[in-house]
Design a protein around this ligand. Structure first.
Ligand SMILES: Cc1cc2nc3c(=O)[nH]c(=O)nc-3n(C[C@H](O)[C@H](O)[C@H](O)COP(=O)(O)O)c2cc1C
Length: 204
């Protein structure tokens, strides 16, 4: 099992990436999967989508091919989104435009949202409403909203609110175990052939 984590903050230093690295360590230490790959959108590694992607532009192909290979070989995903102005950051929405060749299709994803205060619900709703139609990512019903993020999941225990920190560590481990089981289960859906992407290339 390979689980890939997408950290959706554009900031060079972000709380989302802190949470992403914590999740990567948890996956490895709890042996939830054999491989945990992390892709961070820090400093915008992907330019905004343009038609060159459809025209097999060489720069786009070179840029996307290594990421595409990592995604295509994944069984499940963790999508981490900070709440920015009550939204998912534009770079994360841009990321979802890139993958229409089945890299994410019919694979489960756990939504993890991040807020420095008591926000975090808006990006959950936005991801569930729009982000999966053509790439056909399957969000599982479990989700994690990391509120007051500066006070939890820090490596230095002195920076943590003890009660909130242990709650989020337990909750994340629980959600990752559920994600793993969906990862195994949805492999059967893809193997069945019923979800043949050549029949209807795009979702409705
Ligand atoms: C442009 C911007 C807008 C933000 N808007 C919100 C918001 O609407 N709601 C919220 O709870 N936090 C908001 N925040 C604070 C984030 O929750 C905080 O930065 C948190 O650390 C997650 O973002 P990060 O992963 O980029 O660090 C905003 C932060 C930025 C940079």
């Amino acid at each position: 099992m390979k689980i890939s984590i997408i950290s959706g903050s554009h900031r060079k230093v972000s709380q989302s990436e802190k949470v992403a690295r914590f999740i990567q360590r948890t996956l490895e230490e709890n042996a939830v999967c054999e491989e945990a790959w992390l892709f961070s959108l820090a400093a915008n590694p992907l330019p905004l989508w343009d038609e060159g992607i459809w025209a097999s532009d060489r720069d786009w192909e070179q840029r996307l091919a290594p990421i595409s290979a990592e995604l295509a070989s994944s069984d499940a995903f963790v999508i981490i989104s900070p709440e920015w102005h009550g939204q998912v950051p534009a770079g994360l929405k841009n990321f979802f435009l890139m993958w229409g060749k089945g890299e994410l299709a019919h694979k489960p994803a756990l939504i993890v949202t991040v807020s420095s205060a008591d926000g975090g619900a808006y990006p959950v709703a936005e991801l569930r409403m729009s982000s999966y139609k053509n790439n056909r990512l399957c969000y599982i019903p479990e989700q994690v909203i990391v509120r007051n993020v500066e006070r939890v999941l820090n490596e230095d225990a002195a920076q943590n609110d003890t009660e909130a920190d242990s709650y989020f560590r337990e909750r994340i481990a629980y959600a990752l175990n559920i994600l793993k089981e969906y990862g195994a289960a949805l492999g059967q859906v893809r193997a069945s052939g019923a979800a043949d992407l050549s029949v209807f290339k795009n979702g409705m």
